[in-house]
Design a protein around this ligand. Structure first.
Ligand SMILES: Nc1ncnc2c1ncn2[C@@H]1O[C@H](COP(=O)(O)OP(=O)(O)OP(=O)(O)O)[C@@H](O)[C@H]1O
Ligand SMILES: [Mg+2]
Length: 247
């Protein structure tokens, strides 16, 4: 199971909207998906109440201690994707969610305040060595503001932006607000619209990134076990030589 977490200290940056949009985009791409709500504000549960369908489960888990065991149970049950929405700020629940994630998505609007607010989330993801990406959300269609914001995020992470800025950027459009209000995801509300296109594109970017991380982990495991085997052989060899010398 892949677990992705949407987290940032800044309120209103689009964590819940993106969680819903990505959940539906992944579902439409063939994944089994569950939305996990760790934010007592209840944006996802309220959205689900407005939705006249039970095809996408929103599961509230507000206690930090319940998150890890529940994710393990969901993984054991064969679920393919858990998307965890978190509250603004940095709570115990958010830290646990990031610690258990395969990818931490940090949404930011193209404003200095939003970009500065990514720092604490970034430090948690780094402390637990979890992969992370920024998502620039609610951007204008074009303009200098976007380039400035992208540059500032790269500085914040001290990394090449192509690695850490998810694509495409998500433009500010009414479709996102109207779909949230009607209990739909943007790809259901206006399937042929630009916002739906962007969210589907963002899901494809995330999917590729998750696959890359999974492949890297498999390779690391293989290298570690090969190194382990070589050490074992070398140790046996050294023991043989000691026995020969002693006799
Ligand atoms: N790309 C977008 N275009 C237009 N409106 C957007 C976009 N993304 C989010 N919004 C709107 O911005 C508002 C805040 O979004 P959302 O609730 O998803 O943020 P949040 O980070 O989850 O907030 P909180 O920190 O309070 O949980 C909502 O009204 C949402 O519909
Ligand atoms: Mg929210």
């Amino acid at each position: 199971m892949h677990t992705i977490v949407l987290a940032t200290q800044k309120g209103g940056s689009g964590k819940s909207t993106l969680a819903i949009g990505l959940a539906l985009a992944a579902k439409q791409a063939g994944f089994t998906v569950r939305l996990i709500e760790t934010d007592p504000q209840g944006t996802l549960s309220n959205w689900q109440r407005r939705r006249n369908a039970d095809d996408l489960v929103v599961e509230p888990i507000y206690h930090a201690a319940d998150i890890e065991p529940r994710l393990k149970m969901l993984a054991d049950s064969g679920l393919q994707l858990a998307i965890v929405d978190t509250a603004a700020g940095l709570s115990a629940a958010t830290t646990v969610a990031i610690r258990n994630s395969d990818l931490c998505l940090i949404p930011a609007r193209p404003s200095v305040a939003d970009i500065e607010a990514t720092a604490s989330t970034l430090s948690v993801a780094r402390a637990w060595k979890r992969p992370y990406s920024f998502v620039l959300n609610q951007t204008p269609i074009r303009g200098q503001r976007i380039d400035n914001a992208a540059g500032a995020l790269a500085e914040e992470a001290a990394l090449d932006l192509t690695e850490v800025l998810a694509r495409p950027l998500i433009v500010m459009r009414n479709d996102h607000q109207d779909s949230l209000a009607s209990g739909l995801a943007v790809s259901e509300f206006a399937p042929n619209g630009k916002s739906a296109d962007e969210i589907r594109g963002l899901w494809r970017w995330i999917e590729t990134r998750l696959e890359l991380e999974a492949t890297t982990n498999v390779l690391i495991d293989q290298v570690m076990s090969a190194a382990d085997g070589m050490l074992h052989v070398a140790a046996e060899h050294a023991a043989d030589e000691t026995t020969t010398l002693a006799s």
